[in-house]
Design a binder for this molecule. Sequence first.
Ligand SMILES: Nc1ncnc2c1ncn2[C@@H]1O[C@H](COP(=O)(O)OP(=O)(O)OP(=O)(O)O)[C@@H](O)[C@H]1O
Ligand SMILES: [Mg+2]
Ligand SMILES: [Zn+2]
Length: 158
Amino acid sequence: MEHAPVKEVKLPPIRNGTVIDHISCGQALNVMKILGVNENNIDSSISIGIHVSSGKGMEWKDIVKIEDRELDSKTVDKIALIAPEATISIIRDFYVAEKYTVRLDDHVVGLAKCSNPNCITNRGEPVSPEFSVIGRNPPQLRCCYCNRMLTNISDNLL
Ligand SMILES: Nc1ncnc2c1ncn2[C@@H]1O[C@H](COP(=O)(O)OP(=O)(O)OP(=O)(O)O)[C@@H](O)[C@H]1O
Ligand SMILES: [Mg+2]
Ligand SMILES: [Zn+2]
């Protein structure tokens, strides 16, 4: 007997909150890190889907649904650095009230630090870390000051 294709993994619906969908596969826990949720400050339900069907052909994605929280723009900009195709849906009274795709600018300022300890941005000078986006999926960032590639973006987010 053939199995019916699973169209979309069901996570519980939320009344109010935010859905971060179309997260690059494997990045959901890094998104959680950006959200800054931990055992001391968790105060609403969160559902996480890792490696779930995107519903689009054979593609896989991660998804995070967080109740009673909306995201500030800096948080969304950080998510774009690890999940450039993520969509942010704001749920109000069970409906999608707003929806947009994260945006990765050509220049990233003040969101991540350079991994080169000798970089001017890491030497106590009043210089904000700044990167050029030279690849988009996956994002690839190059430091504007020392030219080093940022090899592990999620470990260097500010
Ligand atoms: N009440 C809700 N509770 C939890 N998640 C919801 C709720 N309403 C919508 N969503 C989720 O919000 C996201 C955006 O909803 P939308 O209806 O635009 O989905 P979609 O048609 O599958 O869009 P897409 O093309 O982006 O996959 C989806 O991940 C959907 O599962
Ligand atoms: Mg969908
Ligand atoms: Zn640098």
